[in-house]
Design a protein around this ligand. Structure first.
Ligand code: BJW
Length: 246
């Protein structure tokens, strides 16, 4: 199987054999599944100002607006399917450890579940997940596929205190210690379909470079942090990700 030679000669960074790989994904990997990115033309922020929906202050000011926005998106993602880029990363994730014990960690900024539905096992959602709710009364995070606008009771404590389990601006992304530890233990850092506009995710490439990792960017357009990458490959994720993995 040609799979798991992600270091084809056409990828310069590929020439160094890697064991542990950290892959950061952003909205671009799900674009061809029909999920809007945030900052491109027609992206989500154009229909809703980010500060109206994606901050704790916005939720305190107008919870109905915020809950409606996320109810709409939660419903929409459930109609979408993984694309060839998700499937290729899942193959890498499953097969790479069998070769020489190396590890793959997919750190996603995305709140959809397309990596998991594509078959990936090692996925860390640093900005939360649409299909979880977060109970502000008991701090549980029940799986949630329905709507929140009608203030349903929390399945754990029965309080009507559920909010989307999404990391908003000004909140601390999840599992940062684990992410930094994985980067420190990796040889290769790959960034796929993210603009590099939002921190701390956008700073991971710099951390990786400073720790001596090889760095590769796969994107439709160069990200803001493009200069930090050893190599950039431009194109749609559904083409360039399978080309890298296979
Ligand atoms: C394709 C493609 C195809 C298209 N194929 N590619 C000043 C300076 C520095 C930082 C700050 C600052 N002021 C405030 C901050 C901090 C702030 C921040 O970064 N703000 C910036 C706007 C400047 N960050 C925070 O508040 C974060 N918390 C924090 O910093 O806590 C303190 C802390 C510090 C250090 C360590 C630990 C903690 C929280 C950030 C939360 C982000 N949440 C969001 C919204 C969630 C709500 C929702 O989902 O509705 O998460 S923002 C939004 O952006 C979402 C995304 O995950 C995130 C990243 O976007 P992404 O994925 O990059 O998408 P786009 O649209 O920007 O780019 C798409 C890319 O796809 C493009 O590159 C295209 O080319 C590409 N593409 N089609 C391949 N077919």
């Amino acid at each position: 199987m040609a799979l798991l030679t992600p270091f084809l000669p056409c990828f310069m960074v590929a020439m160094k054999r890697s064991r542990n790989i950290v892959i950061l994904t952003g909205a671009g990997i799900s674009a061809e599944s029909g999920i809007d990115t945030f900052r491109s033309a027609g992206g989500l922020w154009e229909q809703h100002r980010v500060e109206d929906v994606a901050t704790p202050e916005a939720f305190a000011r107008d919870p109905d607006l915020v809950l409606r926005f996320y109810d709409m998106r939660r419903e929409a993602i459930q109609t979408k399917e993984p694309n060839p880029a998700h499937l290729a990363l899942a193959r890498l994730d499953r097969e790479w450890p069998k070769r020489d014990g190396g590890q793959v960690l997919i750190v996603t900024q995305n709140v959809d579940d397309l990596h998991e539905r594509g078959g990936a096992l090692n996925v860390l959602h640093m900005h939360g997940e649409h299909l979880n709710a977060w109970c502000l009364a008991c701090d549980s995070r029940p799986r949630w596929t329905g709507t929140l606008i009608d203030r349903p009771p929390c399945p754990v404590c029965s309080e009507p205190a559920l909010r989307p389990d999404i990391v908003w601006f000004g909140e601390v992304p999840y599992r940062m210690d684990e992410i930094y530890e994985a980067v420190a233990a990796a040889d290769l850092f790959v960034s796929i379909g993210t603009s590099g506009a939002v921190y701390p995710a956008a700073g991971l490439v710099r951390t990786a470079r400073e720790l001596g990792l090889q760095t590769l960017e796969l994107n439709l357009e160069r990200s803001q942090g493009s200069a930090w990458f050893d190599e950039t490959r431009l194109g749609p994720a559904s083409e360039i990700v399978p080309a890298w993995v296979d």
